[in-house]
Design a protein around this ligand. Structure first.
Ligand SMILES: C[S@@+](CC[C@H](N)C(=O)[O-])C[C@H]1O[C@@H](n2cnc3c(N)ncnc32)[C@H](O)[C@@H]1O
Length: 366
């Protein structure tokens, strides 16, 4: 019998190794990986796939205990799922989890994902590696059917968010930016990289749901076949300028002395209709899912990229006003929203000069 503890996540029973991570990027205990904190990440997959509302052949390529694959097979109607992992130690967990939930639409598979995706194609391919997804992307793109979906996690946020600039340039061919925009830049570098990799195969991408949460970034994109789709995606890559003196951000389709960060994905991060169709009902962390859906639905999907109240406060040298009062004042003059990427972050289409004035005005009233 496989050793472990039984837990319930969403609507699914899972057997997981007794020693497992409960936060952060996670550690490999017992040779088979499981991170309780990623339940929310798996919730998002369930909400996303349910909202697509169609028959899906799914490859959870790096499934470990099978937690995501088995949840998908159990909680998303009309799915056939391959729960794959290269590590032989995972197979008893995957098989036990299939049995615990009486599933006939999920199969355990032990293969290098490059082999699996060279043999079969899927409507949905999920990549959830330790660290960077870069070594796996070619195979994942080739393993996606026409108009299929690809979900990619990256936990190598130190390079992506600019703490290891040279590593980011080597891995992703993009220059990252430290500071208040670093999470949005990390996410956009990942999506930009996927667009460039897909273009090599004459494929384009449409990001449907993209986020930076906890210790990782993740995006769900739809693949579009054809050179025109590839060119359209490439045309959405931009270079970013950031002036720490003025806080001015701007983008340009080509790099220059100022616009030297990137290339990053300059297009939309979300599909609004899909967000409307996603429901938190029955998720492991229903409250967090509902809160996140609300923020995503309201979040501006625009340039310039996110600001943080602390960067404005230290720039204008006043203490930070109450967040809600400041946001209300911004909204009276332009479009303004929270961002899911930081509780102290915000987005607005107002010019930075006006943002600073409003900030000081609100601060002076408190
Ligand atoms: C971060 S864990 C996945 C966690 C899992 N998705 C979850 O939600 O619990 C990464 C997994 O990828 C597997 N892996 C690494 N390289 C692989 C490869 N080339 N093909 C298939 N699986 C691989 C590892 O064995 C490990 O179980």
């Amino acid at each position: 019998m496989t050793e472990g503890v039984r837990i319930r996540e969403g609507g699914t029973e899972l057997l997981v190794p007794e020693q497992h991570s409960s936060g952060g990027p996670g550690k490999i205990f017992d040779t088979v990986f499981f991170n309780e904190q990623m339940a929310f990440n798996r919730d998002i997959s369930i909400m996303f796939l349910r909202a697509l509302g169609k028959h899906l052949k799914v490859a959870d390529c790096m499934t470990a205990t099978g937690s995501r694959a088995v949840r998908i097979a159990n909680e998303v109607p009309d799915t056939e799922v391959v729960a794959n992992d290269i590590n032989p130690g995972t197979i008893p967990y995957i098989e036990e989890n299939i049995r615990l939930n009486n599933l006939t639409n999920c199969r355990a598979n032990r293969e290098n994902l490059h082999v699996l995706l060279a043999k079969e194609v899927f409507d949905y391919v999920d990549l959830d590696p330790f660290g960077s997804p870069v070594p796996f992307l070619h195979s994942a793109i080739q393993g996606c059917k026409r108009n299929g979906y690809l979900a990619v996690t990256a936990t190598d946020t130190a390079p992506l968010a600019g703490a290891h600039r040279a590593k980011c340039e080597r891995r992703y061919g993009a220059r990252p930016l430290r500071g208040p925009m670093c999470h949005e830049m990390a996410l956009r570098i990942l999506i930009g990289f996927i667009a460039r990799e897909a273009a090599k195969f004459d494929k384009g991408i449409i990001p449907m749901l993209s986020f930076s949460i906890d210790h990782y970034v993740r995006t769900y994109v739809q693949m579009k076949n054809g050179a025109a789709a590839a060119d359209d995606s490439l045309s959405q890559l931009v270079y970013v300028a950031y002036d720490p003196e003025t806080l001015e951000r701007s983008i340009s389709p080509t790099p220059d002395e100022k616009h030297c960060y990137g290339p990053v994905w300059g297009g939309k991060l979300f599909d609004r209709d899909l967000l409307e169709r996603m429901s938190p009902e029955g998720m492991a962390d229903e409250k967090r899912c509902a809160r996140m859906l609300k923020v995503w639905r309201e979040e501006l999907d625009c340039n310039p990229y996110m600001y943080d109240v602390s960067e404005i406060a230290s720039n204008v040298k006043v203490s930070t006003p109450r967040y809600d009062d400041f946001m209300e004042a911004l909204s009276k003059e332009g479009a303004a929203s929270r961002t899911h990427m930081s509780p102290t972050g915000f987005k607005t289409d107002l010019p930075v000069k006006r943002i600073k004035e409003i900030f000081s005005e609100v601060a002076s009233r408190q």
